[in-house]
Design a protein around this ligand. Structure first.
Ligand SMILES: Cc1cc2nc3c(=O)[nH]c(=O)nc-3n(C[C@H](O)[C@H](O)[C@H](O)COP(=O)(O)OP(=O)(O)OC[C@H]3O[C@@H](n4cnc5c(N)ncnc54)[C@H](O)[C@@H]3O)c2cc1C
Length: 385
């Protein structure tokens, strides 16, 4: 089977690794180098990274604690990861590692795919044109080809972050394995802000918000935390999509391009690789009806979970002010909770409420104030079922 991969991100490279002996892969990547431009924080659960075959060589740091709070001076809620730590993946180290494992028949680096049709014909910059049995759109959050060919409309927000030194933050966070997540309207009105130590006094600090305001928010944060930037990077973070057609005829999408992510944090590396795992399984079983079978398998599995997270994240991020108020109440006491795994947010929340029922009572009083946005209870329940 001749497969054209649009984009050399982790999702497509993982697919080329999984099916290295079963298909001829032709990669079409607009950049001349892998993993560029940088955009991602790289935080994933260690357990999932190892389960998907990632080498520790691409782990830059690990974290066994994460505090959710309103500002770096308050205690907030401390999550301790007991079974699986959070790790920071090196990017582009991840892409280089996956590339080393994959088997590619042709590499078209520096070629931007500009058009794809349902018959599997791809056109690109510099007069590129080729036809494939299957085309896999792995264009990340860009949503140009996935929208045109599959009708996908991604919901996104923008994230900017900096790697830089801050003696000021160093005084507040003196543990290189402790992440701080801030819910505070002053920093972000729509999402959260993160402070992740990288070791040696360096931090990765980022913020997510609507595109029109994120730059301003970011500059304010850099100045407040007195950061000397070494590099600044970012991009679009996918929170979901209403589309359920992840494939049509000779074209399918993987990774961010499907809208299937862990929307509560915007994390998409692991979910992206899992979409490729599902696609690999479908192709491995049979070369016929791939797009229909993949689309329905993705919808019935990861897609369902992603829909729930997407619905919850929309509700959460319509209510940052309430989250901030609830956290401020918790700040009065020191709250700690053991969480087996970073990837399971619902489990973390349930454990927090079970071990600290008083918090549940404090938070519940805000329920009538919750802005449900375009969602109602029915849409949440139907997403869950
Ligand atoms: C600020 C920020 C922080 C993030 N933090 C995390 C995190 O901590 N943990 C986590 O799991 N995820 C995080 N993410 C999300 C994560 O980066 C993505 O989910 C992941 O990279 C998606 O992988 P992918 O393979 O789908 O696409 P990408 O990694 O986006 O790769 C897409 C590739 O396609 C290429 N391309 C695009 N269009 C074309 C075209 N037309 N022709 C040819 N090539 C093309 C691009 O150059 C790129 O190489 C973050 C994202 C942002 C923006």
């Amino acid at each position: 089977m001749k497969i054209g991969l649009i984009g050399a991100g982790p999702s497509n490279l993982f697919l080329a690794w999984l099916l290295r002996n079963e298909a001829d892969f032709h990669i079409i990547e607009e950049d001349r180098r892998l993993g560029l431009p940088l955009h991602c924080t790289g935080l994933v659960s260690e357990r999932m990274a190892i389960a998907l075959g990632m080498s520790k060589r691409v782990f830059d740091n690990y974290y066994d604690k994460l505090t959710v709070t309103t500002d770096p001076y308050s205690t907030g809620v401390l999550l301790r990861f007991t079974n699986s730590r959070v790790i920071m993946l090196n990017r582009p180290g991840l892409e280089e590692y996956l590339y080393g494992k994959a088997s590619l028949k042709m590499e078209h680096m520096g070629v931007r795919a500009t058009d794809v049709n349902h018959k599997g014909v791809v056109k690109g910059s510099g007069g590129f044109e080729d036809s494939f049995d299957l085309v896999v759109i792995g264009e990340g959050a860009r949503n140009v080809l996935s929208r045109r060919v599959l009708g996908t409309r991604l919901t996104t927000v923008s994230g900017i972050q900096v790697d830089g030194y801050s003696p000021y933050l160093r005084n507040l966070v003196d543990d290189d394995h402790h992440i701080i997540v801030l819910f505070n309207e002053k920093y972000s009105g729509r999402f959260f802000t993160w402070i992740v130590p990288r070791g040696g006094g360096e931090f990765r600090i980022g913020v997510v918000d609507d595109t029109s305001v994120v730059g301003l928010r970011f500059r304010r944060i850099i100045s407040q935390f007195k950061v000397t930037p070494r590099r600044i990077f970012g991009g679009k973070i996918v929170l979901g999509s209403l589309n359920v057609n992840h494939g049509y005829k000779s074209v399918v999408a993987v990774g961010d391009s499907t809208g299937v992510t862990k929307a509560l944090t915007g994390g998409g590396i692991i979910t992206g690789m899992l979409t490729s795992l599902i696609l690999a399984r479908v192709i491995h079983e049979s070369n016929t009806g791939v797009s229909e079978r993949y689309s329905s398998m993705l919808n019935d599995t990861l897609g369902k979970l992603a829909k729930v997270y997407s619905t919850l994240s929309s509700m959460l991020y319509n209510n940052i002010e309430l989250v901030e108020r609830a956290l401020k109440e918790i700040n009065e006491r020191h709250v700690e909770v053991n969480v087996p795994d970073y990837d399971n947010h619902m489990d973390a929340l349930i454990r927090l409420l079970i071990t600290n029922p008083k918090i549940g009572l404090k938070v519940i009083k805000y329920t009538p104030l919750i802005n449900m946005g375009k969602f109602n209870l029915r849409s949440i329940i139907s997403a869950l079922l």
